[in-house]
Design a binder for this molecule. Structure first.
Ligand SMILES: NC(=O)c1ccc[n+]([C@@H]2O[C@H](COP(=O)([O-])OP(=O)(O)OC[C@H]3O[C@@H](n4cnc5c(N)ncnc54)[C@H](O)[C@@H]3O)[C@@H](O)[C@H]2O)c1
Ligand SMILES: [Zn+2]
Ligand SMILES: [Zn+2]
Length: 362
């Protein structure tokens, strides 16, 4: 029997989101219904509401979530009812060219549920990133459910589902930060501060956090930054060079994603260093750099989607590190809110008041 639950829906471009009744079908082959316990509010949800992702309204928002599997389709064996899972938007197919050549984090045929969830009148919903978890229950592909230790707090664990994983992975997977490296992170919101935490986990000895907002720098210090740079008042490139013996950092992570921050990242790295772009630029942005500098400075310029993570490989490990007190995921949970608080949370996010507001379901 399909079920009626409450979920946060964006009906039209730029209009405030609303809590509405949505219909969640029973899981078919390859699918699972998950009872959501917590779901973080991410910039991407706001981009969906504002029509910045695509025009497939109405959207069911939410995608950084943890919960319990309620029921699974007939052929599903990897997860079972009662499992505590973090939802992911990278359920790899195993058969596309990327998967076959051993680079599944670039999979271009990731799985989502095949049946649509709908509004009460039958209008199909587009779930954000194929998840749609600002809802009491959601329907996903079984592969989007990654089992982790149920001792973890759902509010903290769910954040691995998107932004925090993107930041951790930008340092650990894409940037391949090594013990003893110097790392600079430009932009210390949820993503950048997770990159700071990732750099610490990897054993970086100099970790420079850069932001315009002193509150974010304070949080960065708590997560492992050894130095901070106020981007508004200091020259970022010069400051990073001074803090790294005049060289520049081995790895610089741009967690803002603007031409000016990318240029800073490019010049704040040491010769042969690595730049990782994890912040998402907008379509009109253009970058101009002397090609001779791109050549002459060597090293590598990389981008990081979802931290090049593999959920099954990375989520359980990160949750274990969290439970051992070695990765402070709780630090990213600025507040917990009800399902009716998403619109207000967008405003707090906009003002920079929070790393993450997290919707919790009783
Ligand atoms: N690559 C991915 O897979 C992925 C996943 C999730 C989010 N993101 C992207 O990562 C970016 C950051 O996300 P977030 O949730 O941390 O956002 P956020 O708004 O919480 O954080 C951005 C931070 O950058 C700072 N900032 C802005 N301009 C700056 C500048 N010129 N110099 C220094 N600091 C500056 C802000 O003060 C803020 O602290 C966004 O673009 C988001 O879309 C990427
Ligand atoms: Zn694939
Ligand atoms: Zn997200």
């Amino acid at each position: 029997m399909a079920q009626e639950v409450r979920g946060v829906v964006a009906r039209a471009k730029g209009e405030p989101v609303q809590v509405e009744t949505i219909i969640v079908p029973d899981p078919g082959p390859g699918e699972a219904v998950v009872r959501i316990q917590a779901c973080g509010v991410c910039h991407t949800d706001l981009h969906y509401r504002d029509g910045g992702i695509n025009d497939e309204f109405p959207f069911l928002l939410g995608h950084e979530a943890a919960g319990t599997v309620e029921s699974v389709g007939p052929d599903v064996t990897d997860v079972a009812p009662g499992d505590f899972v973090v939802l992911n938007w990278r359920a790899v197919c195993g058969t596309c060219r990327s998967c076959k050549r051993g680079r599944p984090w670039y999979c271009f045929a990731t799985h989502n549920a095949s049946q649509p969830m709908t509004l009460a009148d039958g209008t199909p919903l587009t779930p954000a990133l194929g998840i749609g978890s600002f809802a009491e229950k959601t329907l996903v592909a079984a592969g989007q459910c990654t089992k982790v230790d149920p001792a973890a707090s759902a509010a903290a664990a769910g954040l691995l589902g998107c932004g925090v994983m993107a930041g951790l992975g930008a340092a650990l997977n894409t940037g391949k930060v090594q013990r003893g490296d110097s790392v600079a992170v430009i932009g210390c919101g949820g993503v950048g501060n997770a990159a700071v935490a990732g750099a610490r986990l990897a054993g970086a000895t100099t970790i420079i956090a850069v932001d315009l907002d002193e509150r974010k720098l304070e949080q960065a210090r708590g997560l492992g930054a050894t130095h901070t740079v106020q981007a508004g008042s200091a020259d970022v490139v010069q400051s990073v060079q001074e803090l790294t013996g005049g060289f520049g950092a081995d790895v610089v992570i741009d967690a803002v994603g603007r031409p000016e921050t990318y240029r800073q990242a490019f010049y704040a790295r040491d010769l042969a260093g690595t730049v990782v772009l994890v912040g998402v630029p907008t379509p009109e942005m253009r970058l101009e750099l002397p090609l001779l500098d791109v050549f002459g400075r060597g090293g590598s310029l990389k981008s990081s989607w979802y931290g090049d993570c593999l959920p099954e490989r990375d989520f359980p490990v990160l949750i274990d590190l969290y439970l051992q007190g070695r990765l402070d995921l709780d630090a990213f949970v600025s507040e917990t809110i009800g399902v009716d608080g998403v619109e207000e949370a967008f405003e707090k996010m906009h003002r920079g008041d929070v790393l993450r507001s997290v919707v919790v379901f009783p």
